[in-house]
Design a protein. Structure first.
Length: 280
């Protein structure tokens, strides 16, 4: 088995395991990531008959919102994990969205013909794809000439306390292996120009990057810790073999740190993402 196959197998299993957390915390996660979806939609300039491909759709965003913007168009939601796409279908059904389909596939091996789509989105998926250059060539291949690709990635941990607070607390109790710079991890694509260089190598033009602010809002510090420890890939993996007393010490540390972000009866923790757009 190639190492890329192993990465895909681990990712498939990881996201199958995280899917319940993503469904449970859907409204909190979607409120946090909403501004990034809005930025992607603005940068893609969606027409009402858009044929759109959403990569690593997970529970369906931004693909389902794009389907709403394109009532005469069609959206294909794709992901490696069928459990995540099942949630996307439930979310679509709850919202009465019908102009979409789901397809289980890996981003670097797309089962679509050349020049099929007007646009492609990848919200917080790039960092988990084993061969990002091959995947970007696939995105370019399935775009029609003049079509646009827009993706988002997290920029460095220091600018994303919504995740780094939890990871620092875990690291105070657990020895964490440094992330493999070429392996899947949340900040793998963080460097300015990293994704732009992939777009450029795939032959895209008019490439631009912009930053988008997000805020994670929870009712209490305790709720913050509960949701982070149930859906953030880095945190869930790090906590896998942690015993209950250690978990309780980590929770206490996190809750004390997060209290500094309490404003007007809620917790508001900031973060920053980068959106990258290019045209075929
Ligand atoms: C952080 S979630 C993003 C979900 C959604 N786009 C959003 O922004 O809410 C990352 C998704 O990438 C998917 N994924 C991981 N590796 C993948 C691959 N090689 N090809 C396609 N999807 C992949 C996971 O299954 C997961 O659903």
């Amino acid at each position: 088995m190639s190492s890329d196959d192993e990465v895909r197998d681990v990712q498939r299993a990881t996201w199958a395991g995280l899917s319940a957390g993503w469904e449970k915390w859907d409204s909190v996660i979607m409120d946090q990531l909403g501004p990034v979806g809005t930025a992607i939609i603005d940068l893609l300039d969606i027409a009402d008959d858009q044929q759109h491909l959403d990569i690593a759709s997970g529970t369906g965003e931004p693909g389902l919102t794009i389907a709403r913007h394109a009532p005469r168009g069609h959206v294909v939601l794709t992901d490696l994990a069928p459990e995540m796409l099942d949630i996307a279908t439930r979310r679509a059904n709850a919202r009465g969205i019908t102009n979409f389909e789901t397809q289980v596939c890996s981003a670097d091996d797309l089962p679509f013909g050349d020049a099929t789509f007007d646009s492609v989105s990848v919200r917080f998926g790039y960092m988990f794809i084993p061969d990002v250059a091959k995947a970007t060539a696939e995105f370019a291949r399935v775009l029609k000439p003049g079509g646009r690709l827009c993706s988002s990635v997290w920029i460095k941990p220091e600018e994303n306390p919504w995740t780094s607070i939890a990871m620092e607390a875990i690291a105070s109790e657990v020895v964490l292996a440094p992330p493999d710079p070429e392996g899947p991890n949340m900040y793998r694509c963080a460097a300015l120009g990293y994704v732009s260089a992939l777009y450029d190598a795939a032959g895209l033009r008019d490439i631009a990057e912009c930053e988008v602010d997000v805020v994670l809002v929870t009712r209490t510090p305790e709720q913050y810790w509960e949701m982070i420890s149930e859906h953030v890939s880095l945190a869930v993996a790090a906590l896998e073999h942690v015993d209950e007393p250690t978990r309780e010490r980590i929770a206490k540390y996190v809750i004390a740190r997060v209290s500094a972000y309490e404003v007007g009866g809620e917790v508001r923790i900031p973060g920053v993402a980068r959106c990258i757009v290019g045209t075929k």
